[in-house]
Design a binder for this molecule. Structure first.
Ligand SMILES: Nc1c(NC[C@H](O)[C@H](O)[C@H](O)CO)[nH]c(=O)[nH]c1=O
Ligand SMILES: CC(=O)[C@@H](O)COP(=O)(O)O
Length: 160
């Protein structure tokens, strides 16, 4: 199923565990902040809607999506959290740098998932155009941050 056939913000609250006793880390890339900030707010709002307490949501900022890997690692090593959401927006430019950033970030986040007993949710948009990114960060296709928050709650419970 492609994103265009679903609303990223849609979830059934009755099928999501209560998050009141859970602690979350959110690592946010500063690159394309016009996209990553709406993703962050979508994620935080969904976590709170599902019972999470504001003081149990810890935010780290990193320069770009490539640094989400190290930022997630450091957050897990520093804070006691049940899940981490890694938020980024990579938009294709003129060169193949897009492919290297997306590939390294995806593989790196996968590696952190395996290295630590803490789920790290891949909330990184990898778009060909700015419009695609806008559509997925609170636009016509919903908010990937919301989707990531629900995944974080479910995975935190699975890992508990
Ligand atoms: N072009 C984008 C980048 N590039 C920067 C890298 O993520 C990284 O910060 C740099 O290579 C230094 O290590 N990052 C994004 O998140 N989004 C982009 O579109
Ligand atoms: C994803 C990127 O690093 C990319 O936006 C950089 O743009 P360019 O490939 O034109 O240097």
């Amino acid at each position: 199923m492609a994103t265009v056939t679903k609303n990223l913000s849609a979830y059934d609250g009755n099928s999501v565990p209560n998050a009141e006793k859970l602690r979350f880390g959110i690592v946010v890339s500063e690159w394309n902040s016009n996209i990553t900030e709406p993703l962050f707010h979508g994620a935080k709002e969904a976590l709170v809607d599902c019972g999470a307490i504001d003081k149990n949501i810890i935010r780290y900022n990193v320069p770009g999506s490539f640094e989400l890997v190290f930022g997630s690692k450091k957050l897990i090593e520093t804070e006691k959290v049940d899940a981490v959401i890694a938020i980024g927006s990579v938009i294709r430019g003129e060169t193949s740098h897009f492919d290297y950033v997306c590939g390294a970030t995806a593989q790196g986040i996968k590696d952190v998932n395996l290295a630590y007993d803490v789920p790290v949710i891949f909330c990184v948009l990898t778009d060909d155009t700015l419009q695609q990114a806008k559509d997925r960060s609170g636009g016509k296709h919903g908010n990937k941050g919301t989707e990531a928050a629900i995944a974080a709650i479910k995975m935190a419970v699975l890992g508990s």
